[in-house]
Write a protein that binds this ligand. Sequence first.
Ligand code: GLN
Length: 235
Amino acid sequence: MAKYQLNLAHLYGNLLNTYSDVGNIIALRYYAIRMDTAINTTVISIGDQFNPDEFDLALFGGGQDYEQYVVSKDLPNKKAALSKFINDGKPLLAICGGYQLLGHFYIGADGKKIPGLGLLDHYTLSQDNHRFIGNITIKDEKTGNEYHGFENHNGRTFLGKGERPLGKVITGNGNNGEDGTEGAIYKEVYCSYFHGPILTRNGEIAKHLLLTALHNKYPAADLSTQRSLLIKPTF
Ligand code: GLN
């Protein structure tokens, strides 16, 4: 039995699951084993209650516009709980469609406005008959880490107050193809357009999310072994 237990909420995991985003959970488990930690996953979907105090970390994956529209109808029921989760500094990884839905709105490829939670201050516009598809490399200017992934999105996201990009685009399009940013970080919410899945190719992010969740849940524990697994400890 592992020394530590983390409960992960896979938000709308049965609907928002494109391009193997579920692989992020496999990557988290891979690193968690090295941190003497077990991860228990629960899919929280349409009509389910989300109790923020029961969970230590969360994944909100990407999806097609139709599924995003379906999810957007249920989101208001979970807004207060998600807000608490985020404000408690719990780690949430949001990919592509999930990233868009944390912001104010997403204009789908058909021009229809899909409302988001507005918990983060970004918004996402559409582009005509075009998608950003291909390999992408970015650099987090704060940590110096380089991240690699594969983007495939119609949406063009513009960041708002309190958000900083996950990285600066080196090759690829990123958030909107204009301002050289990719993804967003707000408190312990990590957002990105990277599929791949992001955590299998960028283990430093996985380790950071796990360490943050462990630190929150076990504030008195000596996590130096866990911390030493990070190449550049961020705290
Ligand atoms: N449907 C959204 C878009 O096309 C999100 C896509 C995704 O999650 N891969 O921008």
